[in-house]
Design a protein. Structure first.
Length: 127
């Protein structure tokens, strides 16, 4: 049972829940023909670790993201708004399948939307 005082991180099951979420999420992403090419020749273990840290941090957990600046690592990769939407859509679907509340999913989508311009190279990358 969740309460409105719980962070998204807590609602997702804390450290263990987030770890499982990232694994399920990347299984789905790597099966997506539109997204899988972005991950060719990528150290997926390192990426999973960085994504875990990023999501934990973004969702109010005690883990801090130690990876590179988002704009720098996503620049010139050809990631579009559609790719971003598909990517976070997979995350939302995994959360839904794990029984996460629609409110927590909406909060997650809202939080990740704040990073969209840094990932797709939008006009508002500085703020």
């Amino acid at each position: 049972m969740t309460t409105s005082d719980e962070t998204i991180f807590e609602q997702l099951g804390g450290v263990e829940g987030m770890s499982q979420l990232v694994e399920e999420f990347y299984q789905r992403v790597l099966q997506d023909n539109q997204l899988a090419p972005f991950f060719r020749n990528v150290d997926m273990q390192r990426l999973r670790t960085m994504q875990y840290e990023f999501l934990c941090s973004a969702f109010g957990g005690p883990i801090h993201y130690s990876g590179s600046e988002l704009q720098a690592i996503h620049a010139r990769r050809g990631i579009t708004n559609q790719h971003f939407a598909q990517f976070v859509g997979h995350l939302a679907k995994v959360m839904e399948e794990r029984g996460i509340s629609p409110q927590a999913i909406d909060a997650m989508l809202g939080r990740l939307a704040t990073f969209r311009d840094k990932i797709v190279g939008g006009a508002n990358v500085d703020g």
